[in-house]
Design a protein around this ligand. Structure first.
Ligand code: PLP
Length: 373
């Protein structure tokens, strides 16, 4: 118990196994494009259950490549969720396309397939389907409407490693899926990401594009196409391999913390804990509660922060970010997303969060809610 001391919002779970693997890379002298990168990719593909996995320098880099390989270009539109991290929309802009936002389901907080279908225009090329907060979106419906309209689907699984949709692991629904390993995610490599696919040709293109457009067969200095340096180095891959080995244990520890919050919040008026969707298994990424309409979130946050408890308004609507407002977006466009993002509040959440600290968080939250009522 850490009475009076501060409780962070997130904290990575790294230990002796990761240290051992990092040392192995350092002592090998091969710090990039070595065997550790390959081992990490193979272990990750095996975990998710795809044929291939291409390690990249960040989730954002992975999204960029996946969108580019979907054939998205200038003048195209890419439909995505406004209730996500900004990269799921920015990846369309990187290729000169326009992100088009479709509103979300008020319970799952994921893209509403009917809203996606309504947003389709003759210029629509692809859908970036986000699995927000580790809860799978309705990927069957999105795949089906994409097939009907001839659209590509990219899955933004940056927050959903290990999540299952109707028993099936996220990443195995026939689309390239992008995972991310920033230190606040379920597993980390420091910075890093991964793109999974069953398609060997797509995988080869991902490898090439992330490695300066080099061909597999060709010379080191032979570049077949425009590429980027989106490689993941082997020190980061070593951390990642250790994390994959421990991923079941890490996810179970996070689920235990989430269950405890659920118990503690059961009798707390004024907040709604994250939704449970029958048949789907959330991979716990963050613990965002929804405050009742009308509750002064800033006042609640100020009180928690004053007691050393980190919390964040998670997530702000992408279309209302200054950069997107400057592109012409306005409040009122996406009412469900706007209502949710005005009321959501992420509480401290990580594997190993102390039970007493959780009680302290919920106690402080209750008092804050009483004070602002
Ligand atoms: C974290 C995140 C990303 C970006 O990943 P980075 O590794 O930080 O570039 C993309 N989409 C979502 C939904 C995320 O949460």
């Amino acid at each position: 118990m850490t009475v009076g001391t501060s409780i962070p919002l997130a904290k990575p779970s790294v230990g002796p196994r990761e240290e051992e693997l990092v040392l192995e890379v350092m002592r090998s002298g091969i710090l990039s494009l070595g065997p550790m990168g390959r081992r990490f990719e193979e272990a990750f593909a095996a975990y998710v259950g795809t044929e291939h996995a291409c390690a990249v320098s960040s989730g954002t880099a992975g999204l960029h490549l996946a969108v580019r390989l979907a054939g998205v270009g200038p003048g195209d539109e890419v439909i995505t969720s406004p209730f996500s991290f900004v990269a799921s929309a920015n990846c369309a802009l990187y290729e000169g396309a326009t992100p088009v936002f479709a509103d979300i389901d008020p319970v799952s907080l994921n893209l509403d397939p009917a809203a996606v279908e309504a947003a389709i225009s003759p210029r629509t090329k692809a859908v970036v389907a986000v699995h927000i907060f580790g809860l799978p979106c309705d990927i069957e419906a999105i795949n089906a409407l994409a097939a009907r309209h001839g659209l590509a689907v990219v899955e933004d699984a940056a927050e959903a490693v290990g999540a299952r949709r109707r028993g099936r692991m996220v990443g195995t629904h026939g689309n390239p899926a992008v995972f991310a390993f920033y230190p606040n995610k379920q597993m980390t490599t420091g910075e890093g990401g991964m793109v999974t696919t069953d398609d060997p040709e797509l995988h080869a293109q991902l490898k090439s594009l992330s490695n300066q457009g080099r061909s597999d067969a060709g010379d080191w200095l032979e570049h077949d196409r425009l590429g980027w340096n989106y490689r993941l180095d082997d020190v980061s891959a070593a951390i990642g391999l250790g994390q994959v080995e421990r991923l079941d244990e890490i996810l179970a520890a996070r689920a235990a913390v989430a269950d405890r919050y659920g118990e503690l919040l059961r009798s707390t008026a004024g907040v709604t804990p994250p939704a449970v969707v029958d048949g789907d298994e959330r991979s716990w990424f963050v613990y965002p509660v929804l405050l009742d309409p009308g509750v002064d979130r800033n006042a609640v946050m100020a009180q928690l922060q004053g007691e050393g408890i980190a919390c964040k308004p998670y997530l702000p609507a992408i279309h209302l970010q200054p950069f997107y407002r400057a592109r012409g977006h306005r409040p009122g466009e996406l009412p469900v997303c706007e209502s949710v993002s005005a009321r959501s509040l992420a509480l401290p959440f990580f594997a190993g969060l102390d039970a007493d600290d959780q009680a302290r968080v919920v106690d402080a939250l209750r008092r804050a809610l009483d004070a602002v009522a």
